[in-house]
Structure formats: structure tokens, C-alpha cells
Design a protein around this ligand. Sequence first.
Ligand code: ATP
Ligand code: MG
Length: 415
Amino acid sequence: MATLKPVRGTQDVLPAENRQLRYVESVAFGVAQIYGYGEISTPIFEFTDVFARTLGDTSDIVTKEMYSFEDRGGEGITLRPEGTAGVARAVMSGGLQQDLPLKLFYRGPMFRYERPQKGRRRQFGQVGVELIGVAGPLADIEVIALGHQFLDRLGVGAQVTLELNSLGDTQSRAAYRDKLVDYLQGFEDQLSDDSRERLTRNPLRILDSKNEGDRKIIGGAPVLSDCLNDESRDFFDAVKAGLEKLGIAFEINSRLVRGLDYYCHTAFEFTTNDLGAQGTVLAGGRYDGLFEQMGGRETPGIGWAAGVERLALLTGETVAAPRPVAVVPVGNEAEAAALDLTQELRRAGVAVDLGYSGNMKKRMKRAGNLDARFAVLLGQDELARGAATIRDMDSGEQSEVSLSQVAEHLRQSGA
Ligand code: ATP
Ligand code: MG
């Protein structure tokens, strides 16, 4: 075998870390349910077209980050780099546009060929929501409020800032595009190669560049908000007023654009200073152009996606693992009785650890390492009386209980 290492940018997730990741996912799902969002699962790979068409052929994701391959049947396949395109595809292929509005939650792995660093992996988890079929600003307000409540419930509300911008409608963006290109052409020879190429193909994306030199030039660029037409401005005002009414604080960031081409009107990100360079934990926006771009009927939509690993780093909270009961046979003859009792307790739903071997001292040490709540000691003398000793591992208190009462006794003690 060439190597036993996982592929660069991927990782084996051990139980302790999985408890953190599951915690983030379950809080997200819980809050999504409060807002009436049901869970959708789409395949983790799709025809390459699903992403190539929707993400636009100048986006980072399509030009540099996709895991694409031809399968044995000669189909062009891509591991999903994000969730929205697959959900939109599912809505169209499943005829779900009959049932608008749709409120959908998703979770699962995404794949992008990126340079791995803290908070940036080639396989990473996202949770996200999509609200499809609502054209008005109430949708934007609800979706942002959902994200806000999710981060609050995670306990990271005080560590994040909501940044907000409007990309306006098609007309506003076209007006801005002209102004921006005018400005950037003055710096054409100083832009990075990527950005220079985008100057003609998709200049708005240059605002998203992470190149240092580009960022300096962008600092002086005209801002989109000056180009919003009345309709777009009204829309943005309504979103802002709604958030203010709900007491959701935000900062306007007029340079905030979404990385993908189909976004319009509201764009937002929740960012933090506590994760170094990878500061965006939740990002979203309105994508009214998406369905048409995929060859479907015009359908408005808005959603967000959040990085599960980044949020796990931020909260440190975990799904609690139950503290087990350790069953400890004292002496060889007690082993059989220990196996019986263990099985009885597990059938009753009690989490039990039965060390596989070793003397009492070794097993008690293991019980301590596992943070066992109780130990059930099965000694020769007690067994002869049909009893066992239950030790409370926190207080050290011990009591002898008849074998038939052990399960009940533990249950009453909260095991
Ligand atoms: P970035 O600017 O950091 O590359 P992005 O704009 O590509 O982010 P989105 O496509 O908006 O990110 O994805 C939403 C969220 O998913 C991000 O805010 C981040 O929390 C998470 N995310 C994106 N890419 C990665 C990655 N490679 N590893 C871990 N998390 C990621
Ligand atoms: Mg990215």
C-alpha cells in the first residue's frame, strides 16, 4: 500500500471530536425545526453540470476546487462542493415546485480542493437551510433570524458579527459592474492573474479576492450600495428594518459579495475574530437567478450554509456521552455472573462497561478513566448471598443490593 495516511485535507474523526460535530449539527437541526424546516438529503455526488452551470465557470469552486471525475459509465461526476445546487436540482427533478414555499434543512460533507489549514479542509461538514419560493424580504429576515438563533443556541452569539450587504437586482448589479470595471481597469497591470481574468468575465468576484495586492486596490473601489436602484434599495431597507425590529444587530459591509454568481439582493455572513484567518462561520444570500440558470422555472430562494468544524472549534461544547456503570467481577468465578448482569443492565438501557480482563484494581482504574458514575462489584461472598456492591464513584459511598434489584437501584440513582 502506497501510504496509510488519509488524503491531505481529510481527517479521521475520533469519538470525542465527533461529539462536538454532532452537537453543532443537532443544535442546527433543532433550531431549524422550530422554524418549520424539514430535513432534505441529496446525494454527495451529482452530474458535474449541476455545479458547473450553477456556480458559474469563473467561481473559485468551479475553476479550482471541484473534485470531478469520470465514472465507469463515462458520466462526468463531481463530489458536491456545496449544498444549494443539489437542493435546487432535487426540487426541480422531484417536481417540488408545486409545493412552494419549501423550507429545507440539510447537513453533510462537502468536498473542495483547497489548501488545508486551520478551519479549512478538503472534506468538511456543513449545515444549511434553504427557503425556496418566497420573493419578499420577510424570507430574508426569517432565514437570517434562524442563523442568528442557531449561533445563539450554540453559545457563540457574543463571538460573532452579522455582516450584511445588498447586491441589488440585475439592473443595479449591471450599473455597478460598469463602474467597478472602469475603476479596476486603472489597476489592470497590478491585479493578480485570477482577478485580471475576471475583469471581463465576472468583475464582481474580484471583490472576494483574498490576494493582498488585490485587497488594497479593492479598498478604493466604488461600492455597490451607491448603485442600487429604488426597488433594490427598498428591498434592502425592509430587510434592515425587519432585523432591527427583531433586535438582531448587524453591520453593513459594502464589500461583501457571495462567491457564487447567482446571488442577488441580500448577502450576509456571520464572522468571528476568534478563528484566525478563517473567520466566516455562516454565510448566505438570496439566489433568485439560480433555478433559471439551471434550466428551470424562475423561482426565488434564499439560504445559508455554516461550517460545522469551524463552529465546533468555536463552541467547544459536545453532545454528552452517558457516564457508564462499570461492572467489576472480583475473582474468576464472578466473571460469568458479571456477563449476565451486564447484559441485563444493557437490555434495561443502562450504559455499561465490562472490562474485558484484568484484576479488580486494573478494572477500577479503567472505570475511573471512563468517568463511570457507578461501579457494581461482584465479589465471591456477595455472590454467595445473591448480592452485589454498588459504589457511587463520585461520593465513594457503597451499599449492598440484591442482584435482582441492581438494575432498579441504578435507575433510581439516575444511571
Ligand atoms: P471562504 O471564503 O472561507 O473560502 P466560502 O465563501 O468558500 O468561504 P461558503 O461557500 O460560503 O464559503 O461556505 C459556507 C461556510 O462553509 C463557510 O463560511 C465556512 O464556515 C465553511 N467552509 C467553506 N469552505 C470550507 C473548507 N474548505 N473547510 C471548512 N469549512 C469550510
Ligand atoms: Mg472558499
